[in-house]
Design a protein around this ligand. Structure first.
Ligand SMILES: NC(=O)c1ccc[n+]([C@@H]2O[C@H](COP(=O)([O-])OP(=O)(O)OC[C@H]3O[C@@H](n4cnc5c(N)ncnc54)[C@H](OP(=O)(O)O)[C@@H]3O)[C@@H](O)[C@H]2O)c1
Length: 254
């Protein structure tokens, strides 16, 4: 089995890349930090891990993805783990725009290209399909005041996957989608000097995600505490949510 992981240089993407490789998958890993990609390559037997520098915000990203596809051969799974996220109550324009460029434009660039690849490459026959998994977030369920662009970008990702799932059925494109929606995971994305409720380790998150991927889940939402939280969030009317000014994701965010 073969997988490509974009955003494999740290955090959840790296954990997933290591787990898949440890299970014997051939993997192609991508991200901007070349030295991190090399570390991964060297940690596994020669030829098992191939690398490609990809910046998803660059227009060259799809050409770079094609280079990676040429190195891996036809993948069974593409995981899009690239993402940025910062609390930004001051609405710093640079942070807001970078979030949208990476999480929305970057994700669309990669995922749309992957769908078109599956459609045209001619290798997905006899029921074989490409699974495209995107790490979105619970943040997309409601708009979080301290992370406006981040939560909106995650909602956009959720909606994009729903729309593509419908399109794939309409057009009989040999792809399936998985929307991975973690709660707080202790990675470089978070400022760990803050307190995050129900914080999970990367290993714990990776274990749940691997389980969901193996079952071919459309949505991976874990664990039971977060399932309960999402259930409760969805019941809160918008007008009430907007008045819940005590909803903070860390004790000292400003
Ligand atoms: N940690 C959490 O609490 C949490 C919760 C829910 C969802 N998520 C989502 O999980 C995903 C992974 O985040 P993480 O928590 O594992 O954080 P992380 O350790 O910071 O990993 C982010 C990954 O995205 C890559 N990336 C960022 N900008 C990129 C770009 N322009 N082009 C290509 N790759 C880029 C980084 O690689 P390079 O810097 O090498 O490019 C890195 O590999 C993100 O989408 C995040 O929103 C995280």
């Amino acid at each position: 089995m073969t997988a490509i992981i974009i955003g494999a240089t740290s955090g959840i993407g790296r954990g997933l890349a290591e787990s898949l490789a440890a299970e014997g998958w051939k993997i192609g890993v991508a991200g901007r930090r070349e030295e991190r990609l090399e570390e991964l390559r060297k940690a596994f037997p020669e030829g098992q891990v191939v690398t490609q520098v990809i910046d998803v915000t660059s227009e060259d990203a799809t050409a770079a993805l094609d280079e990676l596809l040429a190195k891996t051969g036809t993948p069974d799974l593409i995981i899009h783990a690239s993402g940025v996220g910062k609390q930004n109550p001051a609405l710093d324009e640079g942070i807001e725009m970078r979030t949208i460029e990476t999480n929305c434009m970057g994700m669309v660039r990669i995922v749309a290209h992957a769908v078109n690849y599956a459609k045209s490459c001619g290798e997905y026959t006899n029921g074989r399909k490409l699974r495209i998994a995107v790490i979105t977030s619970l943040a997309g369920v409601k708009g979080l005041g301290q992370s406006a662009s981040y939560s909106a970008s995650k909602r956009m990702q959720n909606t994009y996957l729903t729309a593509l799932s419908q399109l794939a059925r309409m057009e009989k494109i040999p792809v399936e989608f998985t929307d991975i929606m973690p709660g707080f995971v202790a990675t470089d994305l978070l400022d760990l000097s803050n307190n995050y409720p129900m914080l999970m380790t990367t290993d714990y998150a990776v274990k749940h995600i691997m389980k969901g991927l193996k079952k071919g889940r459309r949505i991976i939402l874990f664990d039971w505490r977060y399932k309960l939280l999402v259930f409760a969030w969805r019941l809160i009317p918008r007008a009430l949510w907007e008045r819940m000014t005590f909803v903070k994701t860390s004790k000292d965010a400003n």
